[in-house]
Design a protein around this ligand. Structure first.
Ligand SMILES: [Zn+2]
Length: 118
């Protein structure tokens, strides 16, 4: 299954994109856990999966985090080469990074390339 841009970003941040498909029985009661990291579903409140591509509340903090990473300069170079966007040039930057629906897919695309390059 192809990962969504949201999942790619979430995992790039070192977080688990939970898969709550694991059920165990405790004292006769079924409990659900993440099959990847073992997180108990009831500790989640369903609130950990983010939508970086559509929700500013998720996208904004992610973008702030991204700008502090060592690969941010590489992302800026990638934007220029692949998208013709100069991230340090405010109008260009705003054109792509101001919107979750264009900024998040660009970051996901960059990370896909990063993963395949190792
Ligand atoms: Zn998990």
């Amino acid at each position: 299954m192809n990962k969504t841009d949201d999942q790619i970003i979430h995992e790039a941040m070192g977080k688990c994109w939970h898969d709550f498909s694991l059920t165990k029985s405790f004292n006769g009661f079924p409990e659900t856990f993440c099959a990847k990291c073992g997180q108990d579903y009831k500790d989640q409140w369903g609130g950990d999966l983010k939508s970086y591509t559509s929700n500013w509340a998720d996208y904004g903090p992610m973008l702030e985090w991204a700008q502090k990473q060592e690969w941010w300069p590489a992302f800026k170079r990638w934007c220029f080469v692949k998208l013709g966007i100069r991230v340090d040039f405010i109008p260009d930057c705003l054109a792509i990074l101001l919107s979750p629906s264009s900024g998040a897919p660009a970051l996901a695309e960059f990370w896909k390339g990063k993963e395949s390059r190792g």
